[in-house]
Design a binder for this molecule. Structure first.
Ligand SMILES: [Zn+2]
Length: 178
């Protein structure tokens, strides 16, 4: 576990580790990388809007993107307006079901505890993420928030396009601190 002091710097906080673990097949027409590049576009939009640059998409097992989002906590003055939260809400609305059992969430940063809870509630199959969040990541960095409760847990795979995902976050916070 990182010390609080060390992980408070953006350079230390957002890690670009390589992908690991079992890699399930992506939906037809996509690679995990190509899906992450789409999420990265949303993250860049967030940066341009002065929001923390995180982007997320929800894709179903037919390869259709059913929801997407980027951080909007500033604009909406809503502490819960994280990219994955907005993407999951929109996906649920689009498919007309709060259960998204045939979907995977792709997000540029390891989800926080709040989002890990909602990911479980949505029953998504899996979570693919980019950068690891040493300070607040609730998938594997700080705690295993996807599997804290009984019942099925979504699979997860971190580290996809992690360098670009982490760089975007580090640049954003570096500029703000200087
Ligand atoms: Zn979150």
């Amino acid at each position: 576990m990182m010390s609080a002091e060390l992980s408070s710097s953006p350079d230390e906080r957002f890690r670009d580790l390589a992908p690991w673990g079992p890699v399930p097949s992506p939906p037809p027409g996509w690679t995990w990388k190509s899906l992450m590049l789409k999420a990265l576009e949303l993250a860049r939009e967030a940066a341009a809007a002065e929001e923390i640059p995180v982007g997320a998409i929800v894709v179903d097992d037919g390869g259709l993107i059913v929801g997407q989002g980027r951080n909007e906590t500033e604009a909406l003055r809503d502490p819960s307006a994280h990219a994955e939260m907005l993407a999951l809400r929109r996906a649920a609305r689009n498919v007309g079901n709060h259960r998204l059992g045939n979907c995977v969430l792709v997000v540029t940063l390891e989800p926080c505890l709040m989002c890990a809870g909602v990911i479980r509630e949505a029953r998504v199959q899996g979570v693919v993420y980019g950068a690891h969040d040493v300070r607040a990541g609730a998938v594997e960095s700080r705690l295993e928030g996807l599997s804290y409760a009984d019942g099925p847990s979504p699979w997860h795979m971190g580290g996809v396009e992690s360098r670009a995902c982490a760089e975007l976050l580090r640049d954003f916070f570096r500029v703000r601190r200087s």
